[in-house]
Design a protein around this ligand. Structure first.
Ligand SMILES: [Zn+2]
Length: 311
């Protein structure tokens, strides 16, 4: 009885090991891990809301360190007191992304569906006229959203919408219309006046998150959001801004990108066509795509089919 059970066991192991060494089944079950352009494992998103005049100083700083951002604008406020003019938008944000923040910055959750549609579509239309490219991203005014808002923006050509709900992690969100950022710039430091102890704690938290991002070996997106008007005309806040930008700039392991370019890249990656045995992959997009598979890093050019294994 004992020897019978041993031989059954041996047979099972034999069968199991044959199944495991079948190269087709092994390759089919292996995960494909997305990498960012250039085969990088980290991406940096910086996004700033409202389009106030302090954006001039912020963009100058970002350009100095060659970091890229997304700027969410209320086009009906442009040209009014403390806001940028319509005429300067295109040139100021060249190389960055201009994105929807609603026409007038209302709390969208208090509006009817037609009014939400109006706020989004009018902003989109006017921004497109100003920058001369399709505007496809958004940040919710005040970060506020609910199911009515989500239902209303479906079908308006908005491909992602950022909230202000900090995750303190580096994951790519499941739902791009509920894109929760990693952290507010400086975390919650300086958010309320005269709280030096809280400010110091929040700043330390902010820098810890950046350090964690720089050190992680996993696929990671650091998504920092804020407003240039938070720095206002306080030189210390601008110095702090330069300090953190310096920390994340010029790093060969980081892919610097606008949010819509990252969304396009992820969508293109998800649309890769693998053969059943995962020995071939076709990239129907126009973007070169990078991934790890079976211990190797691959890149497949737009419109091309790549052979992953010659076994
Ligand atoms: Zn805002």
């Amino acid at each position: 009885m004992k020897s019978l059970s041993i031989s059954v066991l041996l047979l099972f192991f034999f069968h199991y090991s044959v199944a495991q060494t079948n190269p087709n089944s092994v390759q089919s079950g292996m995960p494909v891990e997305m990498l960012f352009p250039g085969g990088k494992s980290k991406a940096l998103l910086l996004s700033y809301d409202d389009g106030r005049t302090e954006d001039r100083q912020l963009v100058k700083l970002m350009n100095k360190y060659k970091v890229i951002g997304t700027f969410h604008l209320n086009s009906n406020k442009l040209g009014t007191k403390d806001y940028l003019t319509k005429e300067e938008i295109k040139e100021l944000y060249a190389g960055h992304e201009v994105s929807v923040h609603s026409f007038n910055h209302p709390n969208l959750t208090t509006l009817s569906k037609p009014d939400i549609v109006y706020e989004v579509i009018e902003d989109r239309k006017e921004l497109e006229r100003l920058v001369n490219y399709p505007v496809r991203g958004m940040a919710y005014p005040f970060g506020n959203n609910n199911q009515v808002v989500l239902d209303a923006i479906h079908g308006l050509g908005i491909e992602y919408a950022r909230t202000v709900d900090d995750t303190y992690n580096f994951k790519i969100p499941e739902n791009f219309l509920m894109w929760h950022p990693t952290v507010h710039q400086f975390a919650k430091a300086h958010w309320e006046p005269n709280q030096p102890e809280k400010d110091a704690k929040e700043l330390a938290h902010f820098y810890q998150i950046i350090t964690d991002f720089l050190q992680t070996k996993e696929l990671a997106v650091l998504d920092i959001w804020g407003h240039s008007w938070e720095m206002g005309n306080n030189p210390a806040y601008w110095e702090e801004t330069e300090k953190f930008i310096k920390m994340v700039a010029n790093n060969p392991s980081i892919h610097y990108t606008t949010q819509i370019d990252l969304v396009d890249y992820i969508n293109a990656f998800r649309n890769l066509k693998f053969s059943v045995d995962k020995k071939m992959v076709y990239n129907p997009s126009a973007l070169p795509l990078y991934f790890n598979f079976n211990g190797k890093t691959y890149s497949v050019l737009g419109g091309k089919t790549l052979i992953l294994s010659k076994e």
